[in-house]
Structures are given as structure tokens and as C-alpha cells.
Write a protein that binds this ligand. Sequence first.
Ligand code: CP
Length: 358
Amino acid sequence: MSSLHDISWADYSALSIEGKVPLLARPDGMPFHTLFAQQFGRKELDRICDLATKIRFIAKSRDGMDFLQGLLSHKRAMIYFTQPSSRTFLSFLSACQILGIKTGEVRDAAVSSEFKGESREDSIRTFSSYFDLIIMRTQEKGLAERMAHALSQSDRPVPIINAGSGKDQHPTQALLDIYTLNRSFEKKGGLANRTVMYVGDLARGRTVRSLSNLLTNYEGMRHVFVAPPQLQIGDDIVAMLKARGNEVVLSDDMRAWLPRVDAVYMTRIQDEWDATKGESARIDTSRFKIGAAEMALMGANAILMHPLPRRDEISTDCDSDPRAKYWRQMRNGMWVRTALIAATFDCDDMILAWRSRQ
Ligand code: CP
């Protein structure tokens, strides 16, 4: 068995994620379809980070941008986002523009033929007739995976990139988070043996699930999950981290942990997933917010991250503190997504080999 083309949906869906990963990869191990954070081991993460850094450098010059924009000018991408987004949508759009890819978009199923009763599956099959890449964000867990399988069985097996699916996975957010952590610690001893504290709605935030998974690729990581009991991280993530030899702490005392961590990863309350109206508003989240007083408790070399958007969990007076990395983190998303698309279309070696003519 070598690819998704060779396996039925019934057999494929019975596999563990680890069993699925090789079926989603190109021969060099980089993803063809990007669906899960688990598709990235240390080798792939280093490759994406190196590529992102090189692209960031190349894009500074006119001849560099001309080179990048010629790489995939023969490709077209559909950006299909039926869940709200600012950063992920715009950074993928910018990534396509950097690589010369033409784009189409659907951001509201009501303006597509889904409104007339067409299934999501048929809609996405339709996109594959006109485009060479589908980047999709959906409310529906597993849709990107089902479509990757369906397209791999079709005569237009175009790659799919999961830009956020249900409460479960946000693999490209985790890639940009890893890149941000690597950049922040590269001159301070690297990313291994660090303590990362995740704060907020850990039960329903898909970014924390994907990031904690990717951090198991680095030696000696300690994960501190800080949340009200109702919003604490799932048992599946705790079990996965422990099985990989990582230290895990569950706490509801953010202030006690602030002086002891290398990175703080704040998240907002995801009340769009409330089962009943006002459910989240009844939870006391007042102790899970960061302002100047909490920043004063953090170490001088510690960093503050947030996938954004934020509400009031980080006050704006933190924004000018050099330890606040969330704006840089957001911009890193554009470089990392450019790197991922370039790798998906096998342009990585050309980019890494580029030398300025000036
Ligand atoms: N971090 C993130 O996914 O942001 P958007 O919802 O704005 O895309």
C-alpha cells in the first residue's frame, strides 16, 4: 500500500492517525495532503522552518519576489472557508500571491450551489475540476480528510490543505507556532527542554491540540495546561503526551506558573461551540487573563503567544512588551504557509538553492 489512491475509505478510516500519515505523504516524506499535525516529524518541521526563513529572506528583494512569483504561476488554488477567519484566510491568500498562484474563493456556502442542495462533497469535487490546490476551513470534523480520500481516488487528485477542521485540528497554525517558538529561542539555546503553558479554553481550542502534538518532536518538553475545570484539555491529549515521554501538568493557577515557564500560549473562550446559549459566560474566567501585572511575573526571556483573535485575555498594554510575540506569530503564518504550499508542489529545493543575482 503506497498511497491514498490504493485504499478504500472503509479500510483507511479504520487506521490510526499514525497509520494514515504515510498514505498522505509524497515520496520524500513531506505531505501531499496536509490534514493532521501528526504528519510533521522533526525532519519535516525543520524543512518547513528552513524554507520559511529562506522565503522571508528572498521576499525582501525585487529579484527575489520575481523568482518566487514565477515558481507556481501555472497553478490555481481554491480557498474554501465556510467558517469565519481573518488571519488564516489572508495569510493563505498572501502565500498564494507570493508564489504567483491565482486564487478563487468561497467564504459562504449560501452563495455556492450548496444553497441549492449540492453536497459539500460534490462542491469540493467541483473545485478540483478548476483548481490545482484546495485550502479549506470547515466546521465539520473530518470533511477535509474525506475529501482528500475522494480526490485521491478521482482523476483529479489535487492536494488539500486543512486550514482548521471542527474542534479537532489546525495543523498550519501549529506549524507557524513552532516556527515562532524556534525563532524566539534560536539564539537562546533552542526549543528543546522548554516549559510551555497553555491558558484558556483548552477543551475546544484546536490550536492547542495541534501544537502540543508537534512539540513532542522536541526533547524534554513540559506542558502546563491551565484552565477552569470545565475547559481543561482532553484526556486524549494528556495520554498522547505522556505516552511520548513528555511531562504534563494540569492546573487552574496561572499566576503560580507564570514565573516558571518559557512560553505562555493564551487562547480565547470559544463560545461559538456552546451547547446551550450562555454556557461559557457562566464560567469564571477572570483568573485566566494577562495584563501588565501578570507580564511582570514572567521571566525576562519568556515569550507570550496567542493564535488570535483575542478578546480580553491579553490586555492591549502588553502589546509593546518585547516578550509579546503574537503579531510576529501572525505574520509568520504567511511565511510558513508559503513554505508549505511550495513544499506541496515540490519547489522546496529550488527555493533553498536560490541565490540573489545582485
Ligand atoms: N488563528 C486563526 O486561525 O485566526 P483566524 O480565525 O482569524 O483565521
